[in-house]
Design a protein around this ligand. Sequence first.
Ligand code: NAG
Length: 123
Amino acid sequence: MQFSGLFVLVAVALVPSVLAQNFGASCNNIHLTGTGPSVSVQATCFLPNGTTKSSTLGLSSCLTNSGGSLRCARGGNAMQSCSGCTLSGTSLRCNCGDGKGGNPSTTIDLNQCIANNNGNLGC
Ligand SMILES: *[C@@H]1O[C@H](CO)[C@@H](O)[C@H](O)[C@H]1NC(C)=O
């Protein structure tokens, strides 16, 4: 009984770090804009008072290319070595150089990296 109670506490405590940023829950019209190193995600996001505003965030400012895989990282500069990005919902797919001559396709859920901070996209 005590053990299972502790387990529930630990599980609940871990949830926020797993769901992290989750901008998709409070933003609409999520799409990519811009090209090359300045490719960005643009969305219409709710503010706490119920109004909405459009916001744009460069993917390079929130993502890095780790050996051909996209990872969340502030100031990660991913778009220096990734290209051909497409967005489906909040799932971003790009081709990223693996440093060994390959350019594999890699996918990341931007909900892991991007937040809606009072109507402004951030990471
Ligand atoms: C909602 O909040 C934003 C940011 O604080 C403010 O600029 C805007 O005027 C507010 N709108 C209303 C209807 O309260």
